[in-house]
Design a protein around this ligand. Structure first.
Ligand code: ADP
Ligand code: TRP
Length: 326
């Protein structure tokens, strides 16, 4: 049995790119018979950039509600909030002392962030060690991540290897990255990669009017309504094709090529498709957000399952390193 583990950053309501690129593929993976998935909300990592407690709390709820809305099975799997198992910070310290300083100084993501952000704090520098602790604390075998996280996974493997080698014991499981090559990049309303940082998202869980506004803002060319249009260069069609079934895609293609079908029509069809296809998850999301105690219960259930595993791994380490085992 493979133990799959991944962390989800808590940064507000997920958009269509997050849903198609991360949430749905991860849930699919978790449904395979022999897998057990540990999915957690990385709220401690968010402290590197977000300092406001209320913002952090509401981000955690929105992300949790989205995963639950898509039916992530929290009985079979473990769904928890990183900060509910503070043992992860203890492991971070141990790993820090096995991590060569230049390895962190050369991390792409640190270099990138320290160029962009005005607040370059030590937490940002240590980010990969906390991430390694997230993984190693639960003996994870497989870690699904985007390509941008590959270096962090290599560092995690190095840290686990260093602990095992220097203690001469197999204390930590060395995990594998699982990078899904076929996961597509979903374009945003301006045709670039959809991303919160570009302000070009379709917020699948936003109220209907707001989602409508976003769909209507998708950039198109100025071909007049009566004229035939090329679906293959149109962003509305591109997004529609990622969600619709084959028959509807063929139909929309025909409409484009026939003329008399404007971009306004296409956008309306896209909006209706999104509302229809995601009606259930949207309703469930609203239900969770209106009843946050349901989310608290789910996260408490996850923490209760995660904690003993974390304690077991930590006590292995404490013993080997000469600290009091508890
Ligand atoms: P954002 O760029 O909006 O801040 P994140 O970096 O928080 O999104 O991404 C969260 C997850 O969603 C990651 O696994 C990432 O690979 C996936 N993801 C984000 N945007 C897209 C996109 N446009 N297409 C496919 N997957 C995406
Ligand atoms: N750093 C990851 C990201 O930016 C989130 C994350 C934190 C993570 N801890 C993790 C991912 C552990 C996988 C495993 O997306």
């Amino acid at each position: 049995m493979a133990r799959i583990l991944t962390g989800i950053q808590s940064s507000g309501k997920p958009h269509l790119g997050n849903v198609l690129g991360a949430i749905l593929p991860a849930i699919e993976l978790s449904e395979q018979k022999d897998n057990e998935s540990y999915f957690f909300i990385a709220d401690m990592h968010s402290l590197t950039t977000i300092k406001d407690g209320e913002t952090r709390k509401s981000n955690v709820y929105e992300i949790a509600a989205a995963w639950l809305a898509f039916g992530f099975d929290t009985d079979k799997n473990v769904f928890y909030r990183q900060s509910d198992i503070p043992q992860v910070t203890e492991l971070t310290w141990y790993l820090n002392c096995f991590t060569p300083y230049p390895m962190l100084a050369n991390a792409h993501s640190f270099k990138d962030k320290s160029d962009r952000l005005s607040d370059v704090n030590a937490g940002l520098f240590d980010y990969p060690v906390l991430m390694a602790a997230d993984i190693l604390l639960y003996d994870a075998n497989l870690v699904p991540v985007g390509k941008d996280q590959q270096q962090h996974l290599e560092m995690t493997r190095d840290m686990a290897g260093a602990v095992n080698h220097q203690t001469n014991q197999e204390l930590l499981v060395v995990p594998e990255a699982y990078i899904q090559p076929h996961v597509m990049t979903i374009p945003g309303t301006d045709g670039q990669k959809m991303s919160k940082s570009y302000g070009n998202t379709l917020d699948l869980f936003a109220p209907k009017n707001q989602l409508k506004k976003q769909v209507m803002s998708i950039v198109t060319d100025s071909t007049p309504l009566e004229e035939p249009k090329n679906p293959d260069t149109c962003n509305v069609f591109a997004i529609y094709s990622l969600v619709a079934d084959e028959h509807s895609i063929a139909e929309m293609r025909k409409n484009y090529e026939a003329g008399g079908y404007g971009y306004g029509h296409a956008k309306k069809d896209l909006l209706n498709l999104l509302l229809e296809k995601f009606e259930e998850p949207r309703t469930r999301f609203d239900h969770y957000m209106a009843n946050p105690h349901l989310i608290d219960e789910e996260l408490a259930k996850g923490a209760a399952k995660a904690k003993p595993v974390a304690n077991e791994v930590l006590s292995r380490l404490r013993k080997a390193l000469g600290f009091a085992a508890n």
